[in-house]
Design a protein around this ligand. Structure first.
Ligand code: PLP
Length: 371
């Protein structure tokens, strides 16, 4: 076994090299057709992606943030309405609300799955609450069964932030098919990534899908008639073509991610000072990230970097403590599980094209920290 020389958190070059001809063909085709926006490849990818998610409709949009933004724009909520979401996510989950006049209400995560805690959701409901936005964090689905029961009881709309969860499942149901609608990101580093920005909205509601499509295309009814003030957020033809190539490889890639995750679990099982990721019994994670917790996180991170292992942190600052949300008035200590995760989380390198030697080397470097 080699020692770790340089193992990045994510390596996209290997993926490109493995399938260079297929990607090149997409580009050549684009140069031939010059259908840069709205070409056939978009509709083809949308149909394939909807099928992959077990959803009826998919609408390609400009990026994952816009996917969420367009969902809430299409829902037509009233200014001041509240959406309950998790305190532990990427900023995009909650930055979409202010421009729409909506208010994010944060709640804490479950300490084991790191996903939004349904009991805390229930406690945060007010007469202004209109929707719940769980995130399938790190690729593990949130507890959609309990959340749907709460949504039904209080007449709330359940939306999925599926940006990290292409293909993940709960009780055999896929992310993107469990809520009323879901937002996906195809940012290059996501489990299904374009060669630039991209995103999609999935839903089983035909009228809603058409409304999102209309809003994403300048509120267009016809070429010159606009029913709403929309935005320009479409999935590029080129990106759709690349995504179609990658979608065919997706099931295999997710299996590889799970394989490396279980190898990490095995190799790190006897390290008592770290907490390994735990996946709920009825859930199937696609391991967008492999996140461990350790009290001396910053010291381990520094040690790993010295060993050439480029671990990452997702995310050091929970949303309620972000300067951007200062106006919401949350104090430190409000959400202890999210805050602990922020202080202790460490993402080990994980991508399908890792080798067994590399996973062994990462585990060895982690263990060396304790010796
Ligand atoms: C990446 C991400 C987004 C935003 O997606 P972009 O394509 O980068 O705009 C939203 N939510 C979560 C949880 C994400 O990880």
């Amino acid at each position: 076994m080699t020692t770790a020389t340089s193992i990045p958190l994510v390596n996209l070059k290997r993926q490109v090299d493995n399938h260079r001809d297929a990607f090149q063909a997409v580009f050549d085709n684009l140069l031939t057709r010059t259908d840069f926006v709205g070409g056939n490849a978009v509709g083809e990818f949308e149909a394939e992606f909807a099928k992959f998610c077990n959803a009826k409709y998919a609408v390609g949009v400009g990026n994952g943030t816009d996917a969420l933004y367009l969902i809430f724009m299409a829902l037509n909520l009233k200014p001041g309405d509240e959406v309950i979401t998790t305190a532990m996510s990427f900023i995009a989950t909650a930055e979409i609300f202010k421009p729409l006049g909506l208010k994010p209400v944060f709640v804490d995560i479950c300490p084991n799955t790191y996903n939004i805690d349904p009991e805390k959701v229930k406690a945060a409901i007010t007469p202004k609450t209109k929707a719940i936005l769980p995130v399938h964090l790190y690729g593990q689905p949130a507890d959609m069964v309990s959340l749907q029961a709460i949504a039904d009881e209080y007449n709330l709309i359940l939306i999925e932030d599926s940006a990290q969860a292409h293909g993940s499942e709960l009780n055999g149901k896929r992310a993107g098919s469990m809520g009323f609608a879901a937002g996906f990101s195809f940012y290059p580093g996501k489990n299904l990534g374009a060669f630039g920005d991209g995103g999609a909205v999935t839903t089983n509601d035909e009228a809603f899908a058409e409304r999102v499509r209309m809003l994403a295309n300048h509120g267009r009814l016809t070429k010159y008639e606009h029913s709403d003030e929309g935005v320009n957020s479409r999935l590029d033809t080129f990106q759709a073509g690349i995504l179609s190539v990658k979608l065919k490889l997706k099931t295999d890639w997710n299996a590889k991610r799970r394989h490396w995750a279980s190898l990490y679990n095995e190799l790190l099982a006897d390290v008592s000072d770290i907490t390994l990721p735990s996946v709920a019994e009825n859930a199937e994670s696609v391991f967008h990230l492999y996140v461990i917790q350790i009290e001396k996180r910053d010291a381990l991170l520094e040690h790993l970097h010295k060993e050439g292992v480029f671990a990452g942190i997702h995310y050091p600052i929970p949303l309620h403590l972000q300067p951007a949300f200062k106006h919401l008035g949350y104090a430190e200590g409000a959400f202890p599980h999210s805050e602990q995760l922020g202080n202790q989380c460490l993402s080990l390198p994980l991508f399908p094209e890792l080798t067994e030697d590399e996973v062994q080397a990462v585990a060895k470097a982690v263990k060396a920290f304790f010796q």
